[in-house]
Design a protein around this ligand. Sequence first.
Ligand SMILES: NC(=O)CCC(=O)C(=O)O
Length: 303
Amino acid sequence: MFAGQKLLQQTITSLAQVRMASSSSSGFRVALLQLTVTTDKSTNVANAVKRVHQAKLNGCTLAILPECFNSPYNTALFREYSEVIPGGDTCEALSQAAKSNEMYIVGGSIPEICDDKVYNTCTVWDPNGNLIAKHRKVHLFDINIPGGVCFKESDALAAGNTLNTFQLGKFKIGLGICYDIRFAEMATLYRKQGCDMLIYPSAFNVTTGPLHWSLLTRCRAVDNQAFVAVASPARVTDSNYVAWGHSMVVDPWGKILVEATEKDMDLFVDLDFGDRENMRKQIPTENQRRIDLYDTIDLKNKV
Ligand SMILES: NC(=O)CCC(=O)C(=O)O
């Protein structure tokens, strides 16, 4: 089967799943909104609000936006586009969208200004429009691949210092932003906190994306026996940072349930957490961890 045919089949499958019940005691339907991010903030925010409403019409309980969805992903522009959280225009729009659609929204991320520092911050809104969680990117994306991508978030951003979760009904969800997904320890801590799902609003790039994007997403899912969702902006080839796209949801077995192309598109998929319980029983790694060995390793003093 050609790659294009496979993607088409996955899209058809996800659309077929739309006809199933949108939310039940064993799960809910999630939307990944792979938007095109422009240089115009109000256009980006209006587009996000419109797409959240589409997700509602498709029976979703939760909508996930990409990293930096209201601003170009550009260290020179983060401060200019930054807003206070809550209270800025983007937060107001997300709060209103959550309330009017009676949905949960993981608001991708936006540049946040606080005490003159700028953070890369994800907000989470409940169906009453309340801000129920906030995650500041913990691991700043500073990499230099000659001939590939060179990016230094720390030129413009401060790092967050906390792990953050939220509750969607009986399901606990851990938050990270993009580069955070490379750090397995962080996801392990979320597992220890009892998370059923991990969500990473992201914007990988065309250098690292091809080999690492789905690999890391599947690793975090299998390591932690949890659902993992990664939401990217659509690819814009003439922008200064070209996003990989390929938003996806992976189940606890490491199976890609749904995957976008690089284009502007939305995905809708049902998550059944009953499967996760089965897997955790069948492969009980959580009870088999040899922390008696691991705890003897002094990671701080290893080079
Ligand atoms: N926005 C980011 O954190 C990008 C991370 C990325 O592309 C990577 O390779 O890691």
